[in-house]
Design a protein around this ligand. Structure first.
Ligand SMILES: *[C@@H]1O[C@H](CO)[C@@H](O)[C@H](O)[C@H]1NC(C)=O
Ligand SMILES: *[C@@H]1O[C@H](CO)[C@@H](O)[C@H](O)[C@H]1NC(C)=O
Ligand SMILES: *[C@@H]1O[C@H](CO)[C@@H](O)[C@H](O)[C@H]1NC(C)=O
Ligand SMILES: *[C@@H]1O[C@H](CO)[C@@H](O)[C@H](O)[C@H]1NC(C)=O
Ligand SMILES: *[C@@H]1O[C@H](CO)[C@@H](O)[C@H](O)[C@H]1NC(C)=O
Ligand SMILES: *[C@@H]1O[C@H](CO)[C@@H](O)[C@H](O)[C@H]1NC(C)=O
Length: 936
């Protein structure tokens, strides 16, 4: 009734207004406003209807809107505020952030005509932003960021003349930025970042003179930066990072004296110089990001006049000349990223800046790699601020030696001086760098012994000393490095035996590389401790004796290089267990005996080199042996059989041999029968478990890769701005996106699953930490592998955490089991054999978790959802599933007994490691793939 009444009142009013002023457009609209206001006063119940309609159109899986019911007055519903002196019963604020609301954006919101604040951020709204919002003439705050909204930004928003904040970031909005927004004279915050907009930055934005923040990060805008932006005399934060902008930065922008952050990195075609007087025209500047562009010319000394500068990231450009020593007067400087430029040091005096930097007591990151700095490494390096965490000087032309005083830098976390011509021995004081996690001295001319004090660096993850002239024994103390994941001592002159202690570093995972030295003796049988190791490279030494059978315990080994030694005896039968092997090279030794037929069963093996040994007997024919280019057996005189292309003589079949085969056959049959029984039990267990306790607590347990931390911006790139098309699952703890990571090389493209934590959910941070800790040391072919993590802040400075897993193209077992009945019956069908294999895979993963992973781990949420299938239908146990993270409240506690909770900064998330990767440290040396290539 009341609705009808109000509607007819409105119609009559409008008709009257049109009669009174039929020519005057402006008058109509202002009177229509008045009419709308009149309507509002007549009917507060429209608010209630609008809210009910809003609720009815959205799906609310978390029951966040359960208080929105008939028995409660709507002003007391969750997220609603009513107010105003004259209209205490009208809705003024709708604050429904992070409530899992999904569905098309209900236009009925636009009927809440008294609305001042509308916050629907961080939900799963899709569809368009309703044009009707243009009616909200009182709206001041509009936040729709982190949804899946599509369509264009409505030009009608330009009519909400009270608007102060527009936040639309992280959606899939398209089209141009409507020039009409320039009418919003009160607008202070405009953020449509992380959308797939097109076109150019509208010139009219220069009229938004109240604007303090303009965030156009990652919006795909192109064209030039309009000089009209120079009129924004209150602008503090200008973010134009990662777009396709070209041309130069207009002089007017260099004159916005209010600027605090000027971020234009990652446009690739932006060019020009930094004005000489930059520090005088931008005296309030705190952050200057111009990385990955084509800027050139010198770094102006006047930067030092911007005394609050703390973050200078101008890496990966064509800057040249010397580095001005004035920079050293920036007391607040924390990050100085100048790497990948053409900056020079020719004369000793040019090092003045380095000495001056010792005055910057807050300096944390100093990255100068890939420049043209030559001459002696300044000894003043020892006097840099003790707060320094990262020093990277790789790929310059530095000579001299590492000073003893380096030990002063007790917070140094990452120190790389790779690819220079440093000489002398490493000072024993290296052992004082208690916080170091990554040390890289490779590709230099260091000599002498490896200091045994390195064994004191209990937090070390990676140690690279390869391609130097180190001599003497490998220090036994390295065995104390309980967190070491990668050790590379190759291409030196190290002699003596391989210490047992080194073979007992069970944390070693990415690689143990001792190749091309002068090592003698046997491979210690302790090698069986390396249960997490993926690559063992001892090629090109003088190792002798037999291959220890314990090597068969290194079950995740994928690359084994032992060629060019003097190993003898036969290949141990324990090698049967090395099923993850991809490349195996035992060439040029004195190995004998038969070629084991179990190599045929290594399903991942694509390179097998047994040449130049004394192997005898029959060459197998299937598996890797079926492809002539995948294996080599040349230089073994007593071999027979094999595939035709080998041109070996046929083998004489002897009867004892047959008997042997027969016995094996019986054993195989027995094993198969046993596994059928076990697996059926497991399958039953699965079935039962998933039916009865679908909500049981989840416990992350996935294997860890490592240390190649990744930046926020890389993840943004990989997932196409966390786009909804890449979304493969969501839940209260976060969302999982499919992403594509591109490495340096052309072929190093990797499909990954990115789990982005929703830090608003209580407990999610704890779960992230626990998950990292748990997975840090796990590694098994039947566990989903974690590739890396990211712990940083997003472009708006909000905390951001994500885990990157390998992507499982065949989805979860749940999909396969429970889609069978549906229409996709044919495409999704598991054969009995596949089921069996999956059961065995899961059982191996559990066995590993329970018995072989160091500290026993109980998964506690094993169900088909958490069993993921790779390309080859090999099962990997994971915790995140492509499904939702429904449960999880208890996950953090279930991890409590894992011994790994140590104070590693990276994993505890105190430190912005993303920033590290974003600095691209790694680009000088250690892509894993590069390494494998180097050492082959
Ligand atoms: C919103 O208001 C319009 C009239 O202005 C009316 O036609 C419509 O039914 C209202 N919608 C809701 C959901 O209240
Ligand atoms: C900016 O506003 C002025 C009036 O205030 C108007 O004349 C001009 O066209 C506007 N500029 C742009 C680029 O829209
Ligand atoms: C800029 O700094 C230099 C010293 O580095 C100083 O001589 C000059 O006066 C400063 N200019 C302004 C405008 O503060
Ligand atoms: C460090 O600062 C002091 C004054 O604060 C100055 O006297 C000294 O010259 C500076 N040192 C360097 C190396 O710039
Ligand atoms: C080593 O540094 C030189 C420049 O000094 C560079 O040209 C070369 O590519 C670098 N090598 C590696 C392996 O990074
Ligand atoms: C460093 O070692 C390389 C190769 O071993 C050699 O060519 C070069 O001359 C050495 N440089 C210095 C400065 O000793």
């Amino acid at each position: 009734m009341s609705l009808l009444y109000s509607r007819s009142t409105f119609v009559i009013l409008v008709a009257l207004l049109i009669l009174f002023s039929c020519h005057h457009h402006r008058a109509i609209s202002s009177r229509a406003h008045a009419a709308a206001a009149l309507l509002d006063t007549t009917n507060a119940a429209t608010d209630r209807l609008a809210l009910l309609s809003f609720k009815s159109l959205l799906s609310d899986p978390s029951h966040a809107l359960s208080s929105w019911n008939e028995s409660t007055p709507f002003c007391r519903w969750q997220g609603i505020e009513c107010g105003g002196r004259r209209h205490p019963d009208r809705v003024t604020a709708l604050s429904l952030s992070s409530l899992n609301l999904a569905g098309a954006f209900p236009p009925s919101v636009a009927n809440l005509t008294f609305l001042k604040r509308l916050d629907l951020s961080n939900n799963q709204l899709d569809g368009q932003v309703p044009v009707e919002l243009g009616r909200l003439s009182r709206l001041q705050y509009l936040n729709l960021s982190h949804n899946s909204l599509r369509g264009s930004i409505p030009a009608a928003l330009g009519r909400c003349s009270a608007l102060e904040t527009i936040a639309l970031g992280y959606n899939q909005l398209e089209g141009e930025i409507p020039p009409d927004l320039a009418n919003l004279s009160s607008l202070t915050y405009l953020n449509p970042s992380h959308n797939t907009l097109s076109g150019q930055i509208p010139l009219s934005l220069g009229n938004l003179t109240s604007l303090r923040l303009l965030d156009l990060t990652r919006t795909q805008l192109s064209g030039a930066i309009p000089s009209t932006l120079g009129r924004l005399s209150n602008l503090k934060f200008l973010y134009l990072t990662i777009n396709n902008l070209s041309g130069t930065i207009p002089p007017s922008i260099w004159n916005i004296s209010s600027l605090v952050h000027l971020l234009v990195g990652g446009n690739e075609r932006l060019t020009g110089r930094i004005p000489q007087d930059v520090g005088e025209t931008l005296p309030r500047l705190e952050a200057l990001f111009m990385y990955q562009n084509q800027f050139y010319g010198p770094i102006p000394a006047s930067l030092a006049n911007a005394t609050r500068l703390s973050d200078i990231e101008i890496n990966t450009n064509f800057f040249s000349g010397t580095i001005p020593p004035e920079i050293g007067s920036l007391q607040l400087l924390q990050k100085l990223l100048l790497y990948k430029n053409s900056l020079e040091v020719k004369e000793p005096d040019d090092w003045g800046f380095f000495k001056a930097l010792t005055n910057c007591t807050n300096l944390q990151y100093l990255l100068l790699h890939n420049n043209k700095l030559s001459g002696l490494l300044p000894t003043s390096i020892s006097n840099l601020s003790v707060s320094i965490e990262v020093i990277s000087l790789g790929s310059n032309s530095l000579s001299g030696s590492v000073p003893e005083g380096i030990g002063n830098l007790v917070n140094l976390n990452h120190f790389s001086i790779v690819n220079n011509t440093l000489t002398g021995s490493l000072p024993a004081s290296i052992g004082m760098l208690q916080n170091s996690q990554i040390l890289d001295f490779s590709y230099n001319n260091f000599t002498g012994e490896i200091p045994s004090t390195i064994g004191n660096l209990s937090r070390l993850w990676e140690l690279y000393l390869y391609s130097n002239g180190f001599s003497g024994n490998i220090p036994k103390t390295l065995g104390n490095l309980r967190h070491l994941q990668q050790l590379d001592l190759s291409y030196n002159k190290l002699s003596g035996m391989i210490p047992e202690e080194v073979m007992a570093i069970s944390s070693l995972s990415a690689g143990l590389v001792l190749s091309h030295n002068l090592l003698v003796g046997q491979i210690p049988s302790e090698v069986g401790n390396l249960k997490n190791l993926e690559m063992l490279d001892v090629q090109g030494n003088k190792l002798s004796g037999t291959i220890p059978s314990t090597l068969g315990e290194c079950q995740v080994l994928q690359f084994l290089y032992a060629q060019m030694n003097s190993l003898q005896g036969s290949i141990p039968s324990s090698f049967r267990a090395l099923k993850a092997m991809q490349e195996l090279d035992l060439a040029s030794n004195n190995l004998s005996g038969e070629i084991p037929s179990f190599f045929e069963d290594y399903s991942s093996l694509y390179f097998l080199n047994l040449s130049f040994n004394n192997f005898e007997g029959e060459v197998p024919k299937t598996g890797v042996f079926s492809n002539i280019s995948a294996f080599s057996v040349q230089g073994n005189k007593k071999l027979c059989g094999g595939i035709k292309q080998l041109h070996l003589p046929p083998c004489n079949i002897k009867s004892p041999h047959n008997k042997h085969t027969f016995r094996t056959l019986i054993i195989v049959i027995l094993v198969i029968v046993a596994s059928v029984i076990i697996s059926s039990i497991l399958l039953l267990f699965f079935f039962f478990y998933s039916r009865c306790w679908p909500e049981s607590a989840r416990d992350p347990s996935t294997s860890l890769k490592d240390h190649l931390r990744i930046s926020y911006s890389e993840l943004v790139k990989a997932t196409d701005g966390f786009s909804a098309t890449n979304l493969i699952g969501t839940g209260s703890y976060g969302s999982v996106y499919k992403g594509v990571l591109e490495g340096e090389g052309e072929d190093s493209v990797k499909v990954v699953a990115v789990k982005v934590l929703n830090l608003q959910t209580p407990g999610s941070l704890k779960s992230f930490t626990a998950e990292c800790e748990a997975m840090k040391n796990l590694r098994h072919r039947n566990l989903v592998r974690i590739i890396t993590s990211c712990s940083s802040s997003d472009y708006n400075g909000n905390e951001f955490k994500a885990l990157v897993f390998e992507f499982m193209p065949n989805g979860s077992l749940e999909d396969w089991l429970h889609h069978e009945a549906s229409s996709q019956a044919e495409s999704k069908h598991l054969s009995l054999l596949q089921r069996l294999n999956i059961a065995i895979d899961v059982a191996s993963a559990l066995d590993y978790l329970h018995c072989h992973s160091g500290t026993p781990i109980v998964h506690r949420d094993l169900k088909p959802n958490n069993v993921l299938l790779d390309d080859d239908m090999v099962a990997h146990v994971g915790d995140f599933g492509l499904a939702r993270f429904r449960t999880a409240q208890k996950s953090a506690s279930s991890i409590g007994f894992i011994d790994w909770i140590r104070s590693s900064r990276v994993w505890s998330g105190e430190q912005s490691l993303c920033t590290w990767r974003h600095l691209q440290f790694w680009d000088t040396s250690h892509g894993d793939d590069d390494r494998k290539k180097t050492h082959r």
